[in-house]
Design a protein around this ligand. Sequence first.
Ligand code: FAD
Length: 532
Amino acid sequence: MFLLIISPLILYFIITYLLKRYQSKRLYTCSLESPSNIYSSLLPVDFHSKPKQSGNNDGGYIYPSDPVSALEQLRAVVATLHSQGALISLDPYNLIILHERLAYTNSNDVVNWFTVQFNLFTGSLTALGTHRHAALIQDACQLKKLGCFALTEKGAGVLSGLLCDTIAYFNQTTAKIVIHTPNENAKKCWISYAGNNQVEYAVVFAKWAQKNPIQSKKQTIVKTSQGELYLTPHVVAMVVQIRDKGMTLEGVSIEQCHTRSDFRSNCFGTLTFTEYNVEPECLLDRYCSLDTTNGTLQVIDHCPKLFFKLANRLLVGRLCLSATALACAKVTLQLVMKKVYSSKRCQFSYITDHIQTMTQQICEMDYYFHRLIKRFQVTTSMTMTTDELLEKNLDEILLIKAYIPPLCRSIVGKCRELFGAESLLAHHRMAEIHASCYASCLAEGDSVIMAQAFVGQCMHKYKHLSFSNWRLIWLMMKILVTVPTHKRIDYINAHQTEVIAAFQQIADGIFQNQGIRSNLQSIPTPDFTNTN
Ligand SMILES: Cc1cc2nc3c(=O)[nH]c(=O)nc-3n(C[C@H](O)[C@H](O)[C@H](O)COP(=O)(O)OP(=O)(O)OC[C@H]3O[C@@H](n4cnc5c(N)ncnc54)[C@H](O)[C@@H]3O)c2cc1C
């Protein structure tokens, strides 16, 4: 009996192993957009001349990281992109490709500022606003108005948005929306560029409160300047002015973070709102509206969970951050390969084996990623909206954000080790690239939470259930058989390590079985040497 059960299993593993081992694979070379000046046109103007200046002993170009110079470089890059017509559309595909180009040619500081201004700030206005916000969008695209994106709260961290303590409500006497930070935990923190005096606007997320009770089992009441109000389940987005000509407006308080080791140009800000009054037009009202006769929020029928609609910007952001991490990993590995293969080090198998493994991993990520992002190319014949496209590909976006940035961070860490002490030199950008990859794991949806959400989706939709994903089957069986429905979320939270192991098994299976192989030439990087 035992043999009867075990022999088909053994046979299955032998056959799948052999198939995997001897399956023919095509050689894959990471794609580079041609012509090559698509990259070199974004380099800082002094990229070639500065290292040659007399007295410059750095051996390469060191990107400035003070806020004034970083902003100057961002303005130059944006002007070039406008002249190329590259910013006409902020559709996801276009933004992702721009992030890739920027990550090759510019500092972390510029890429990060670009992502905040164009995806998080302007992207939110475009996707969530209406004709009322058109003038601001135009100014934001031209960098005439700079903005930030205030989602993260001190007490919520990676769960910000799902948890939100900042409140907003309508004051009928003044006909203004009031934004308020009720406690320390509700402070908006780590808000990129909110501490930079040039930034005058913020997209702020807050939970809506109103006089009319909502239909819910649990009614939560909050105390406000308008008396006691019912808290709705809806997180709304508003675009508000926080500074005027560099001066913080009354009702807003901004603490600057001065002690950063990385992201030197980004003076992260902590925002506190004290019954801050703003016009009703500040509400980004594509999916909701405000009844000014009684301060009630109306949410259009097909978006009962308003926050998920608002969070679509984060979906695009997750792809942009993954593109950035991937470009960074490619640049770093290229540097290591050049050093190793032009020296006697190429005889040491510890080094070359690692290089081969990392090359294969980068090619696998690159192949999957570039195949997926093609789905986000917006064409005139398309019937779906960008939001629908993003929602349709939600699982793949979760997979990418959970897999690519952490693996890129590990690759960059290993590359630094193999590069030796030279990795400390600023012009190699390894230290800042390492910081960028780590931030790509954390920001706009933590990779651990994304992995957990992906596994949740697999169980919910009965996807990826196979022998090779036995961890998923085992976990699912345990949950279905032993955990009552109302305790399942708690169970998953208490067994996250097991969930992440299941994720890793599924993701490795997907990325490592795409039928591609790599060689040392598989990862080209743009060549900037012949451009002057
Ligand atoms: C460079 C950079 C720029 C940023 N810019 C912005 C911005 O412009 N606007 C904005 O709103 N925010 C911004 N943030 C904030 C960012 O989104 C938060 O740092 C992130 O949401 C994590 O919150 P936290 O730092 O409080 O980490 P924590 O919540 O303390 O989490 C730290 C780590 O603990 C683990 N962890 C925490 N909770 C859980 C859980 N429930 N399950 C499993 N693991 C968990 C995770 O591994 C996580 O990485 C930025 C952050 C960085 C690094």
